[in-house]
Design a protein around this ligand. Sequence first.
Ligand code: AMP
Length: 398
Amino acid sequence: MEVYNYREIRTPVFEETALFERGIGEQTDIVGKEMYTFSDKSGTSITLKPEMTAGVMRSYIQNNLGEQQPLVKVYYIAPMFRQERPQAGRMRQFHQFGAEAIGGLNPAIDAEIIALSLEVYRSLGIKNFELRINSVGCALCRSKYRDALQKYLYPHLEKLTEESRKRFETNPFRILDSKDEEDRVITKDAPLMKDHLCPACAEHFTGLQKYLTLLDIDFLVDGRIVRGLDYYTKTAYEIISKDLGSQDALAGGGRYDLLVQELGGKQTPSVGFAAGLERLLMVMEKQKLNIGPAPSPRVFIIAADDGGRQWSLTKAIEMRRRGISCDIDFVERSVKSQMREADRQQAEYVIVIGEDEINRRQVRIKNMVDGSEEVVGFDRIIDYLLSDGDRGEKGKTS
Ligand code: AMP
């Protein structure tokens, strides 16, 4: 995110419920049935954030973030909460990472947001994912299209699932992404938004495709991507992985030109994406990708007696100040079991300290990676560890 010049934003875990009702839309699944909503002691209705965009926009307006610059680029990694039936890839508390570019209308920004989200997967070595894009139009063309869609669906109303029938009036676009087989058959030839765009939206969509092609990004135009949220305009996209099962979306995003205004700010076209962190890890596990070694201390100091314990306490702090990660024994174990602990933690170096070493003012530093040992005077320990860093790392990887 930072190499794309996005800056981190952190918003509170909860917001006033009204923010999500206005910012996500009352007709959406999230607001309709998935929010964790409570009253606080003053009777204010609060909700644990089910997504980040509404909170980011609230902060953008409240803190005048757009005052200094026309385009504000922010990213986040945060826990989200949705009351859903838990299943593989669907948790009630999960994490999202994502980004928002607030203040720009040009489809080049949509292309940058898409490129940035894809880059996360590419850079981790993930394969078999697919980008699907669509345009959901704007307030102008969407209302005309809504009429066309309802007209098409009306004769089939009885045959639609109960869920889709309910959506017919409130949010008919969502009927297009129903997973039900029968609904899918009925909507097979339904009119799609992408074929009913007004000239401005059509031009934006063509522009986006031109930029994606320029960036050498493969994509599929999928007229059924509607996204769940009411405030989306123009670009909507999803990144899908075949390695995820029925919950196959790795990430989703799009443009929301009406949101800031809806929340009481100035008209501010924006585009962003949100991605599931747990789903990313599920795919990495399935594809047997390395998520990197568990963190381990570089040095473990083993104390043989009380004097050694005091020495290790002060030396550890000195090492840490110099940037050398280090740990010591705090639970008065025997030398042998401290050695086992150092091994378990995969420390790179072990130092044993006791009366003998203190009297001689020197220690034996054992390199646990190649088994070599060296006797080092007290005054050279830190320098030895710092200068040995390169050799040690090489030893570890070879
Ligand atoms: P959404 O805001 O629903 O489009 O979610 C964006 C991304 O967050 C999805 O593509 C998923 O990767 C992830 N996600 C959404 N809901 C959940 C959940 N309940 N558990 C885990 N991941 C989720």
